[in-house]
Design a protein around this ligand. Sequence first.
Ligand code: FES
Length: 573
Amino acid sequence: MSDKKDQGLARGLTNYGDRDFSVYLRNSFASSMGYSKEVLKKPIVGIANSFSGFNNCHRHFPELVEAVKRGVLLGGGLPIEFPTISLGEVYLNPTSLKFRNLMSMDTEEMIRAQPMDAVVLLGGCDKTVPAQLMGAASADLPAVQLVAGPMMTSRYQEERLGACTDCRRFWGKFRAGEISKDQIEDIEGRLATTSGTCAVMGTASTMACISETLGMSLPGTAAIPAVHADRLRAAEASGLAAARMIDHPIRPSEVITEKSVENAVRMLLAVGGSTNAIVHLTAVAGRLGIKIPLSRLNDLSDTTPVLVNLKPVGQHYMEDFFFAGGAGAVLRELKPLLHLDTPTVAGITLGDRLEQDPGYVDHRIISKAATPLEPKGGLVALFGNLAPRGAILKRSAADSTLFEKEGRAVVFTSLEDLAKRVDDPDLDIAPDDFMVLQNAGPKSASGMPEAGYLPIPKKLSSMGVKDMVRISDARMSGTAFGTIVLHVAPEASVGGPLALVRDGDRIRLSVAEKSINLLVDDDELARRREAWQPVNVPPEARRGYDRLYAETVLQADAGCDFDFLQPLGSTDD
Ligand code: FES
């Protein structure tokens, strides 16, 4: 690899008003780290490391970083690791989504401000991969995404366990009184037992498959378990690929295109992936001015089969998916539906990659396109007077007997109201009712938490009720399941129609018609709108990042990015 004048440490100089002085000072300070002059002339591959003691999923990153460095050195570059903030899903209050945009800004600005010629992005836990892809897309420096890889499963007695679908399954059993306190405590210690991301097709694994499909991760790397030696080889290869892109740059703006985004939506649908992923992919694409209208999601959903039999939709776990052929096997099945001329950071197109892929596939885990698990995709967007800008239902994780249904609304006006009343024995609720949660959207104080998986009230769960129609402007964990209508837009906090629902109203859900409607006449709705008062603290009464968030976050259908992070003139909000 050539050592060029404008590469490596000579890039993006600190401004002292004297260029030569800036070079001299930077070299002298860099020398203090023990680098030789020869090494300091090398082009630099940055390694954006989102390791944190508050992120169990990234516990193995120190070892991965060493492997990435090895790859960069093999490619003739100088690897330099730098930290960014990390988002450990279960450690953040009120919810990790609130900090995704902050991490994307950190990533973008540190890529831009520091002297590097390419970058490897080390992320994995739910929001970290979209944050890194968003930041890299905006910085537009050649970048390779390396994901953490999924956790291995564990066991409780004769049952196989994997975070976090089984976390919810056992918690549901505990709430229903089917297992004891001692048992749930025992299970608590067995759900997540290795490094890596959740063991099912939750948000992290969905985003890993999306990144590979976009072409931002190396082929075959999305599903490798965190603790497998192949994960270290993938890290080495990612470092090498990033180093190669210094002389042959492939920028995120060349990789993330309308075509590759459409391929990624098909992947999301075929794996029965997380509802969060549509928000994240919309945000990533939005950084390059690419839109994913929810109506387009429906078109793609109607023509993309569900192929992957993984929890939370199916039966198996990510390690099974890896051994069954991983994302490559899904892409081969989807091949006739894909744009094959999309570039990848490996320097080959998706089509080339699929030609080169080994042919093995375990059809117990990954179905043939001709005999899919479901003929239509896992997600569907619903529209109607309750969600004029759309709402999302993960139909593959829902109870189809509830798909065409009218029900009575039981309304919770906030998360606090839900917590206070959901298990009240006097709560007026029946299995056929629709539970409605308001004020949990992006601009609410709670920042759109994964609270859309409303718990079944104890008085019903103890009778054996396992699913009900639940509607909110919140999100749902990628590892959760149920007939749950999410991301209602506009949200209640800004006066969307969801804010106007009252106890006893009738709501009609039709998955066949892709509709969700509040059966209240227009005059009454107008009266309610007139009387509506926001319940949240207004943005001007907030401070710091919380205020920035409340003032600039976009609605769910626009990816919950900040308006000022999108290309100028590209937002409708
Ligand atoms: Fe990190 Fe689930 S907690 S991916």
